[in-house]
Every structure is written in C-alpha cells, then in structure tokens.
Write a protein that binds this ligand. Structure first.
Ligand SMILES: [Zn+2]
Length: 368
C-alpha cells in the first residue's frame, strides 16, 4: 500500500501471538482499480477465528516466508472479516453500489482457477483466503479496498451495526441451506456460541418448530432461547441422547449441527440423530477428532462438513432480516473503539466469553 500524499490511517493489525496493535499505516492510494471499491469500515465483529489467531496463531494469517497465494502478503496485517461500512469510491465497471451506500462485506477470496472453483464451489477454493485474515486490508482499518463483488448493499432498514452480523449469520444460513433439513424436521444444535446462534436463527427463519440446543454455559442456553431454540439441554447434567429421543417422539433428531467442535459433543450427537439422519459439522476443530464409525454404519447416518458460505447466502440473510424473519440485533453485547480492541475486545471474549455473543469494533468512536 502506498499513498502519494503521505496520508495515514488507523489500522488494528496482527503482529503475532497475543500481539495486536493499533498502527498508523499509509492510506490506500487515490483512485480505485476497475472492478474494485474503496470503503470506510464502520463496525467489525471479533470472530472466534480471530481469537484462535490471537491465542495460538498465526494459524491462517500468513507468516514471513509464506505469503498468501492470492494477496502476496504476510503479517503484520489488518484483521477483521465481519464488517460493514460506507462506500467512498467505485472503480470503472462497478454499478451495483455508489459512494455513500451502506454495505456489508463478503470477505472470502478465491482464485477462480482451482478444481473447486472450476465447479463453482468457490467457498472450497484450494487457495481460499479472507479480507481481514489474508491481506488486502480488512474491517479494522479506517479505509480499505475490496473487490466490488465482495460488497453487498444494505437496505435502509438494516443498520451498519447489524450489517456487521451478516457474515456470521451467513455461516449458519449456509449450513442449514446445504444440509438435508426440510419442512417439519427436528434439529439438534450443539453449542450456543455465535455460530450456534446463527444456525438457530436460520432454522427459525425456515419455520423449524423443534430446535433442541445442547450447551454447557447457562448464559448461552439463555441466548439460545432468546433467538428461538424450543428446548435447551445442559449436557453436564442431562443425558443428551435420552433427552433428544424424548423431545422427538422417540425417533431422534432429523438433522444435527455441530457448532461446538468438541469430542464429547460429537459422540452424543451421533447417537442422538435418527437412522439415516445427518450430522453437519460447522465447527472448526483445533485437533483431530474420532468418530465411532459403527454409530454411522448400523444406523445409516451421514456426517458432512460445511465451509463458510456460498454466493447468494449474504443476499438471503439480508432478505431474512429485512423481512423480519431474522432479528439478530441482540447478538451485539458490546462495542469497543479501535484503541481498545485487545484490552476490551479480545480479553473480554477470552475471560468472559459466556456473557458475550458479538463484540463489535466501532470505528465511528474516536481513538484516544
Ligand atoms: Zn479456487
């Protein structure tokens, strides 16, 4: 990045494990390339992925000597991939947004050339990356550039705060969308964190009338109920398999969504799904898990993975919010200024995660 006039902007950048700094970096240069836009991010969620980078990274963030294949960048780089903002400038050929428009950002990057992209499955790209994790700026800098296809116009009725929730909501939406869930099905959701809550809201939006959530933290069970779960189970004090059986007329759940990514949850979930039911893995795992294959063999159960979201999922979530089928505002539990991201954002989520769903970085707040 360079700037002819030497202007600088604030950016929250990842330098290494437990090392996030508010830096001054050169402002993006004047003039935007054809097919690109310049926008001013306004709100940006802190994601579980960001926390994993902070606590145990760099994992996804490219390190010196190993630049990301699409951006060519390595750390230090700007973080934040769940963001909304206002368009400042558009390049030639960009017609779906104009300066002044409120937008949210689909941050995924793909190469359009690999075996998955050639089949249209860009979310499974061999070179996949994210704005805000792989380079090309991100949601925690005052001005950033993005491919025009990444920005989605927000209707007037959706605030910029809620716009920053659309990325995590799209993850849950996509999981339900490509799962075998159909009208009348029951659903078991493992984990009541931000992604579990996104899955719950996607299920509610599709009219699911039997959503059962298993979650160890009391506050998170309350959040699950607030967003539409019909039954919540504390797996530390209740038998998950027996409870799900009794809540599904003795059949077992039709579909399960693992948003927890822990061994004990998968073990009970597989047994809680009906014969020929499917357990959908949405969680990103920190280590290898084991599956009891005979739980699948003798009940003809299926296990499938889902990754991020697909083209059209952001638009579907925007439509669900605009029409009132999804009301995600309550997911925002705190807003912090750019100079408080490490202290009041990351540390709060690490030390007090059960009381928070989404902490947003508020780029409209002045920096001390
Ligand atoms: Zn690809």
């Amino acid at each position: 990045m360079s700037s002819e006039n030497g202007a600088t902007i604030n950016a929250v950048r990842f330098h290494g494990q437990r090392d996030i700094r508010l830096d001054r970096i050169p402002a993006p240069p004047a003039g935007v390339k054809p097919g690109w836009v310049k926008l001013a991010p306004k709100f940006c969620g802190i994601c579980g992925t960001d926390l994993h980078e902070y606590l145990g990274g760099a994992n996804l963030i490219p390190t010196p000597g190993h630049p990301h294949p699409l951006t060519g960048e390595t750390l230090p780089l700007t973080i934040g991939h769940e963001f909304s903002g206002v368009i400042e400038e558009v390049g030639d050929g960009v017609t779906h947004v104009q300066p002044g428009d409120k937008v949210c950002v689909q941050p995924t990057l793909w190469d359009d050339d690999c075996r998955s992209c050639k089949r249209g499955m860009v979310n499974c790209c061999d070179s996949n990356g994210f704005l805000g994790l792989s380079g090309w700026g991100g949601g925690m800098q005052e001005t950033t550039l993005a491919p025009a296809t990444a920005v989605k116009k927000l209707p007037d009725s959706i605030s910029l705060e809620v716009g920053a929730l659309i990325e995590p909501l799209a993850v849950g939406w996509h999981a339900v969308d490509i799962s075998p869930f159909k009208d009348g099905d029951s659903a078991l959701v493992l984990g009541g964190g931000p992604i579990g809550l996104s899955v719950i809201q996607a299920l509610v939006s599709r009219g699911c009338t039997n959503i059962i959530v298993s979650e160890v933290a009391t506050r998170r069970r309350d959040f699950a109920k607030q967003f539409g779960a019909h039954h919540v189970i504390d797996p530390t004090s209740s038998d998950v398999v027996a409870t799900v059986e009794s809540l599904t007329g003795g059949l077992g759940a039709d579909v399960g969504y693992d948003c927890a990514g822990v061994q004990v949850a998968v073990d009970s979930a597989l047994k809680s799904i009906k014969a020929r039911g499917t357990l959908v893995n949405v969680a990103v795992w920190e280590k290898k898990a084991s599956l009891n294959m005979n739980d699948m063999v003798f009940r003809e159960r299926a296990y499938m993975g889902v990754a991020t979201y697909y083209l059209g999922d952001f638009e579907a979530v925007i439509d669900a919010i605009e029409s009132g089928r999804m009301k995600p505002e309550g997911m925002i539990t705190k807003k912090v200024a750019m100079d408080k991201v490490a202290e009041e954002g990351f540390k709060t989520l690490i030390e007090d995660k059960d009381n928070h769903v989404k902490i947003l970085v508020d780029l409209t707040q002045p920096v001390a």
